[in-house]
Design a protein around this ligand. Structure first.
Ligand SMILES: [Zn+2]
Length: 240
């Protein structure tokens, strides 16, 4: 293989490594976003529980107020009862009293229910807060780790870029341009090995004579995909 192609192959390896590092770097903000969304949803859960509990407390307060005013009314009715002159008036007032007593007893049941709901609501709120806080701490630690990883990956990229620049400055411009052009087309590897007598990129069969020349180090460009086909350690002829 010609020296230029060997260097190109070396550069291709570096480019593959740069691609992997870049992919890893791209993963980091994605993971961060997942954590942020999770936290946001747990914060929403907490706020929902808080609102629910406020609603319970509000309705419990209303029940107590209603009960109080009913009790005042009841006391008034009982006072008036003594002033009733006819049986009819007396009976009507007794009905009012019974009705109000029933209302008070209903309020008592409701107040008790609200007490249970309040107790459960406090527990739910505490639980939601614990989950949110625990996760926030964990996410913070994870963010620190990810930031550290990002730093390392950035350094790796810089090192690889330096290495790449050194090699590319040694490769002929025409070959380099062709390489960059093929790479920019996004079809993966530009320099491929001959595999079972075929182009390792597009799998098109290469004439036996050309294959022999490739094995002897002649530069060959696949007529179908335009890739450089070289003889690599794992290369083989057709039918082998
Ligand atoms: Zn090809």
């Amino acid at each position: 293989m010609k020296d230029d192609l060997k260097k190109l192959l070396l550069m291709q390896d570096i480019d593959s490594r740069i691609d992997r590092v870049t992919a890893e770097m791209d993963e980091i903000p994605r993971e961060k976003l997942i954590h942020e969304r999770e936290l946001e949803s747990q914060k929403t859960d907490y706020e929902r529980e808080k609102k629910k509990l406020e609603g319970i407390k509000e309705s419990s307060r209303e029940c107590n107020e209603n009960k109080e005013s009913s009790e005042k009314m009841l006391a008034e009715f009982k006072n008036k009862l003594l002033q009733m002159k006819t049986n009819e008036e007396y009976r009507a007032m007794m009905d009012q009293i019974e009705f109000t007593e029933k209302k008070i007893s209903d309020f008592d049941i409701k107040i008790l229910e609200k007490m249970y709901e309040d107790e459960q609501g406090e527990k739910d709120l505490l639980e939601a807060r614990k989950i949110w806080e625990r996760n926030a701490k964990r996410a913070e630690k994870r963010q620190d780790i990810l930031d550290g990883q990002l730093e390392v990956l950035k350094e790796n990229t810089e090192e690889l870029m330096t290495e790449r620049n050194e090699i590319s400055s040694d490769i002929g411009k025409r070959l380099l341009d062709k390489y960059e052009q093929l790479r920019a087309a996004g079809r993966g590897l530009v320099v491929v090995g001959i595999q079972k007598g075929a182009c390792g990129g597009c799998l098109t069969n290469i004439p036996p004579q050309a294959a022999v020349e490739i094995s002897q180090g002649v530069t060959f460009i696949c007529p179908i995909c335009g890739r450089f086909v070289v003889w690599k350690d794992d290369s083989s002829m057709a039918g082998v």
